[in-house]
Design a protein around this ligand. Structure first.
Ligand code: NI
Length: 441
């Protein structure tokens, strides 16, 4: 673990914003993450029997400075999908500090932690840990120190929301009415990590699953919810168009793969609009096209790479076959052939209405009804949270991160969420987990 440069961890404006004081500023040479002792149990969270909103509020404020430091440390040292070794080691250490039973290497770099009795009802929450191959341009003093890598999708926030939840619930272990499991997932950006963790047994026995993702179009202090479809099913489409090469002057003596590929690109859009139900949107976008050798040579091979999105699970199951048939028909109709490969990246996230209402009530009690925003539209983005949901009821909420000046979009090189979201995320997630278990004993 790299030693954090701690002198600039908490600029005064941030310190004021988050109610920090000098006691929490570190100037030593050791990592603040390792230097912080766990708070004694006497100072830890004690919630009233009905763990009302006020009961959660006070103790969480104790942990907030630590959470901000953790988030900035993780933000400085982003790691690509499947390579989250340092982040995973940091996560595992923090979880053990809060008394969780920890398993590392669950789905490559995944970390699984459990709290509560060894048996009983089991509720889980999943957060992701990976960063993106983006050069950061935020200008923040805790900007990425890894060239070409950036936490531009807020997974550093998610990781710390998970750790904050662990800190908040840890001291409550003896009073839990069932088990809480936290999944720290690798490789969400490549839509591989959920499958890795699932194959390693991370979802075994789980009865309900909660998830969270930052949302730049919502103000910090609020959360967004939606019952039913939240994100789209996503696939990766590769089409090879096969023709016959020849002289550019005599196209009738060859089969022009570039012309046929152009017909495939436009013909697929037309077929979608004429052959599929417009009430169930489907998006096909090609992001890469390659083929041909010279200006006067008819190409015999073109490769198209694209992505497919739709919201309907049943339609998503039929789409690969439908696309393949349509592409073959288009190519053969112009004398060529095609090879079509479709890889499902993620099924749609479907939010269970009952669990979504549970989060809504918890958030309303903690933040006020006006801070709970019901989202009208699902997103055509993809999220492999859906892979974990297979056969298990689950819901994912959106965490508002826009400060007074707004927030740039996810995956932009200037993405900078307002850190006030950490407290909101931890409180809403923790109370949702506790309420699913039926409160404290
Ligand atoms: Ni993301």
């Amino acid at each position: 673990m790299a030693t954090a440069d701690t002198a600039t961890l908490l600029p005064s404006r941030q310190a004021q914003t988050h109610g920090l004081n000098q006691r929490h500023r570190f100037h030593g040479k050791t990592s603040p993450l390792m230097a912080l002792p766990p708070p004694p149990l006497s100072q830890a969270i004690t919630l009233p029997a009905d763990w009302c909103a006020a009961g959660l509020e006070a103790p969480q404020r104790q942990h907030l400075p630590e959470l901000i430091q953790l988030r900035r440390h993780i933000h400085r040292h982003p790691e690509l999908s499947g390579q989250e070794q340092r982040t995973a080691a940091l996560v595992a250490g923090e979880l053990r500090r809060w008394g969780w039973r920890v398993r590392e290497g669950v789905g490559r770099t995944g970390v699984l932690a459990e709290l509560g009795p060894s048996q009983g009802p089991l509720v889980a929450a999943r957060v992701d840990m990976d960063a993106l191959p983006i050069e950061e341009r935020t200008g923040l003093d805790y900007a990425s120190r890894e060239q070409g890598l950036m936490h531009a999708c807020g997974h550093d926030v998610h990781t710390v929301v998970g750790l904050g939840t662990a800190a908040l619930l840890g001291p409550l272990a003896p009073r839990l009415r069932g088990r809480v499991r936290l999944l720290f997932q690798p490789a969400e950006e490549t839509a591989e990590g959920a499958a890795w963790m699932r194959a390693a047994g991370a979802m075994d026995g789980v009865e309900a699953l909660f998830g969270v993702h930052v949302f730049p179009s919502l103000a910090v202090g609020s959360i967004g919810l939606r019952s039913g479809s939240l994100t789209a099913a996503a696939g990766e489409l590769e089409i090879e168009v096969l023709g016959e090469s020849g002289h550019g002057a005599r196209p009738h003596q060859s089969t022009d793969a570039i012309w046929i590929a152009a017909r495939v690109v436009s013909g697929l859009q037309e077929a979608i609009s004429r052959r599929l139900d417009p009430l169930h949107p489907v998006v096909v976008s090609f992001g890469r096209i390659e083929g041909g050798k010279a200006f006067n040579v008819i190409a015999d091979h073109v490769r198209l790479l694209g992505t497919v999105r739709c919201l309907d699970l049943e339609l998503h199951a039929r789409l690969p076959g439908w696309i393949e048939d349509t592409v073959h028909a288009l190519c053969r109709g112009h004398g060529g052939e095609a090879r079509v490969r479709y890889r499902c990246i993620a099924p749609p996230v479907h939010n269970d209405p009952e669990l979504t209402n549970l989060v809504a009530e918890a958030a309303a009690d903690l933040l006020g009804h006006s801070q709970v925003v019901w989202l009208e539209q699902p997103s055509l983005g993809a999220e492999d949270f859906a892979t974990l949901q297979h056969g298990v009821r689950g819901t994912m909420f959106r965490l508002g991160v826009a400060g007074a000046a707004g927030c740039t979009p996810l995956h932009s090189n200037s993405f900078s969420p307002d850190e006030g979201c950490l407290e909101v995320g931890v409180r809403v997630l923790s109370l949702s987990l506790l309420r699913w278990l039926g409160g404290l004993a």
